[in-house]
Design a protein around this ligand. Structure first.
Ligand SMILES: [Zn+2]
Ligand SMILES: [Zn+2]
Length: 278
């Protein structure tokens, strides 16, 4: 298995670009997928080139949810494909989405028009309603049940700019790779809660193997003290061996997890590559 972070909010190597977004290249047993596409085609294309990734070799795109910072690079990802490309996503990823902070201006945060046009022209949509296996050992979770009492999975997300209908973000899903020596989890933004997501994956895999790595956005930017404390406790209880908090996790939450889980956390920027022989 090989993972390469193509788009993240930061970079730590020459020649790469950073933006508020998330995209990861996933390879296993000769098969390749793109998990999310970042915010822009520009960054996705440039970083893929700099990291030696040929986007056209992906046999599918797995979309964590329908926010612009994960789907904005779809035009480049789809343009690189020779034929129509399979895109795995939940149906709700396509609905209009807004961020409406209580005292701020509503902003559209769903799929940009260019991504919608690219999907219409070049994609075969595979709507995910539950857990699905994209290739041997590579799964998407489908909707994640909200079962913890400390993860506030709300936030400023609405289906309209007037704050009338809250967006339950049922489209939010994670990717996981099951290997003989453990499970690797790629979060999108974990709007469903990082612990809810890991508990769901543990149920799906029958707790057969440890979580050897968890990467991605944990959306803890506005998390309460209780949520941060309980999240760290649960990550410890779940036995997560390596945690790469990224994207929308937020600096204070990353600092907290780093301190509470000694030796577990590691930096995650565009250019990070993880490989395992299992
Ligand atoms: Zn999001
Ligand atoms: Zn995001």
């Amino acid at each position: 298995m090989r993972l390469i972070v193509l788009t993240e909010n930061s970079v730590y190597r020459r020649g790469l670009l950073a933006e508020h977004g998330w995209a990861v290249w996933v390879e296993r047993e000769g098969r390749a997928f793109l998990f999310d596409a970042g915010q822009t085609s520009l960054v996705l294309t440039r970083n893929a080139e700099a990291l030696g990734v040929r986007l056209g070799e992906a046999e599918g795109i797995l979309l964590s949810h329908g926010h612009y910072d994960h789907a904005g690079g779809l035009p480049a990802a789809l343009a690189a494909a020779r034929d129509k490309q399979t895109v795995w996503l939940h149906r709700d990823a396509l609905v209009p989405k807004f961020s409406c902070p209580e005292n701020g201006r509503a902003q559209e945060v769903g799929l940009p028009q260019s991504a919608r046009e690219a999907l219409n022209a070049k994609a075969v949509l595979r709507f995910v309603e539950g857990p699905a296996e994209a290739a041997p050992g590579i799964f998407v979770t489908g909707p994640v049940p909200r079962q913890t009492d400390f993860e506030d999975t709300g936030g400023p997300f609405f289906l309209d700019p007037k704050r009338r209908r809250a967006d339950p973000l049922l489209d939010d899903q994670a990717l996981f790779i099951e290997e003989s020596n453990g499970i690797t989890v790629l979060l999108g933004c974990a709007h469903a809660g990082v612990i809810n997501t890991l508990l769901h994956i543990r149920e799906l895999t029958g707790a057969r193997r440890p979580f050897k790595a968890v990467l991605g956005g944990a959306h803890l930017v506005n998390a309460s003290e209780r949520r941060l404390r309980r999240t760290a406790e649960e990550l410890r209880a779940l036995g997560v061996r390596r945690l790469f908090p990224a994207h929308c996790t937020g600096v204070p939450a990353i600092a907290r997890l780093w301190r509470e889980l000694p030796g577990v956390c590691a930096p995650c920027s565009a250019g990070l590559e993880l490989a395992s022989a299992a």
